[in-house]
Design a protein around this ligand. Structure first.
Ligand SMILES: NC(=O)C1=CN([C@@H]2O[C@H](COP(=O)(O)OP(=O)(O)OC[C@H]3O[C@@H](n4cnc5c(N)ncnc54)[C@H](OP(=O)(O)O)[C@@H]3O)[C@@H](O)[C@H]2O)[C@@H](O)CC1
Ligand SMILES: [K+]
Length: 504
């Protein structure tokens, strides 16, 4: 799915109106109907709750007015509160006029805001994608009022006060919605941790915006869904043998952290790799042979940490990092690897920390290398970010400069590419915030690279499948009970869902 800017969304609305020969009020009606349908479904179990719709002066307020009418027509108790304004949009006015006279519609007074019961449901239709400056005056007072209410708040399209694709000034109040019901496509603001308290749980409802125009709109940001991943993962071939699916070399583990290497290895094997060699320090040899008998174990000369680079001949990918430690000898191994690796390279965890504390080595990164940092590891490679938007700028610059792919891990893991396009992942859950989860991801990325996938495809599919495996695991034992091992165990079904079946 594409992620459009506020300006592009406006243009798309206009293009849809033109292409379909409808009026903008008719498009607004679709938006209001989709929102109302969502809300009525939520209210089905609590039909006695009164809905209070807070409307601003633009089309977001128009959506609110139209939704209030539709809720009333559906038999729902509803009340409208209007923000005082000098000007209103044409579609606001049209829907204001269409509001049945039985629906109470009252202008808000900052000094006398209504007292609402906690059983009420509050709809925030103050401002949407047209916000162009911080909220002040009555609008700011209403936002504070909504945020202090004990009733649930449902935002129409955007929580009011939040900008669609840029950070809002610190002084600007923003509605903290419990739910945000947004139209057609996700907004960048929804995907960043700094906005989590504003956006709450977000959902998309379709209003039939023109697919041809969406297809033609150039964007820098994508939200990775199943459709975007179609045809990227080939089905396994009938006459395949283990050589068909590549040979991965995984270097990791140190005293006390052999488990990280083991988890990465298990994930790699669950992700379709043909052969796996697991290079660990001597202390981990028996562990590796026992825990992952499917892999060939390669004991290092170092007892507690890796101190020597194995012969790299014959491998289709090399991954290094899980549980690696940051010993000087290991740093030398990493440098030698960067200088000599003939195969695609995946760097994670301590391999990234070693790079972060020896930044001159970044110049040695082979093009198309995949790095899988969490935000702290990424900052060690670049600089501290002022906020989540700045971090995305740093990500773009880093990937362009080093011609690499960076998998920036988080709730919506973001894959940066050398061309500047960012891909935000849509799968996964908070249960995956647990030790070893990242090691599992490294194993999946390595396995897909070993199978000959291009780095972008490998990164996109691995991140999606890893999240999906976490979701499947959580369905069975809940988010609290999720462990990295359980994520690894669900990779098979997750990847199966992504596999392209043979054409009929
Ligand atoms: N047909 C369509 O296009 C569809 C659009 N849809 C809906 O429209 C929404 C976008 O509507 P929109 O563009 O009218 O913007 P919106 O967010 O309502 O606010 C703009 C108004 O607020 C004002 N204003 C701005 N900032 C302000 C501030 N800080 N403090 C005070 N005032 C401020 C600004 O006026 P200004 O004062 O700048 O002249 C203007 O009057 C979108 O989110 C979706 O919900 C759907 O129905 C689908 C079909
Ligand atoms: K809103």
């Amino acid at each position: 799915m594409k992620i459009l800017s506020a300006a592009q969304i406006r243009a798309l609305d206009q293009a849809t109106i033109q292409a379909e020969g409808i009026t903008s009020v008719e498009l607004m009606e679709r938006a209001a109907a989709a929102f109302t349908e969502w809300l009525l479904e939520k209210l089905a179990a609590h039909p006695q709750r009164e809905v209070h719709v807070f409307c601003g002066p633009g089309n977001n307020g128009g959506d609110g007015l139209a939704a209030a009418r539709l809720l009333h027509l559906a038999g729902q108790a509803v009340r409208v509160w209007l923000l005082p304004a000098a000007r209103h949009s044409a579609d606001f006015t049209a829907n204001h006029q269409r509001l049945p006279s039985e629906v109470p519609c009252i202008e808000l007074d900052a000094y006398q805001l209504p007292e609402l019961s906690s059983s009420a449901v509050l709809v925030d239709a103050l401002f949407g994608t047209g916000l162009n400056r911080p909220l002040t005056g009555v609008a700011a007072a209403v936002v504070h009022y909504l945020n202090n209410s004990s009733a649930p708040v449902v935002a129409v399209d955007m929580p009011s006060g939040l900008l669609t694709d840029a950070p809002q000034p610190k002084s600007s109040p923003v509605v903290c919605a419990h739910y945000t019901i947004s139209f057609e496509l996700p907004k960048l603001a929804f995907l960043l941790p700094q906005n989590a308290d504003y956006v709450g749980q977000w959902e998309l409802v379709s209003i039939g915006l023109n697919t041809t125009v969406i297809h033609k709109t150039p964007v820098d940001n994508y939200y990775t869904d199943l459709k975007l991943l179609t045809n990227r993962l080939p089905a396994r071939q009938r006459f395949a043998h283990k050589g068909t699916y590549g040979h991965a070399l995984l270097l990791g583990g140190s005293y006390g952290k052999i488990g990280a290497a083991v988890l990465a290895a298990q994930a790699c094997l669950h992700s379709g790799v043909g052969l796996l060699t697991l290079a660990v320090p001597a202390v981990g040899y028996t562990v590796a042979q026992t825990a992952v008998p499917e892999a060939m174990a390669l004991p290092d000369v170092g007892q507690d940490y890796i101190g020597e680079l194995p012969n790299l001949k014959g491998y289709s990918v090399v991954a290094i990092g899980p549980g690696l430690g940051q010993q000087p000898d290991t740093l030398r191994v990493l440098e030698q690897l960067l200088r000599t690796c003939p195969a695609p390279l995946v760097l994670d965890a301590d391999a990234l920390n070693l790079l972060g504390s020896n930044r001159h080595l970044l110049a040695l990164l082979p093009p198309d290398t995949i790095l899988t940092p969490h935000p702290k590891e990424f900052e060690r490679l670049t600089q501290p970010a002022h906020d989540d938007y700045h971090r995305l700028e740093l990500l773009r610059a880093f990937c362009a400069r080093h011609r690499c792919y960076v998998v920036l891990k988080g709730a919506y893991t973001c894959i940066g590419t050398p061309t500047g396009t960012l891909y935000f992942n849509s799968t996964g859950n908070p249960g995956m915030a647990t030790g070893g989860s990242g090691d599992v991801l490294t194993g999946v990325v390595a396995a897909l690279c070993a199978q000959g996938l291009a780095p972008l495809d490998a990164a996109l599919l691995a991140v999606y499948a890893h999240g999906r495996a976490g979701d499947l695991g959580a369905q069975q034992i809940g988010q609290m009970g999720l462990t990295a091992g359980i994520i690894a165990a669900h990779l098979g079904p997750a990847l199966e869902e992504l596999t392209t079946p043979p054409t009929f």
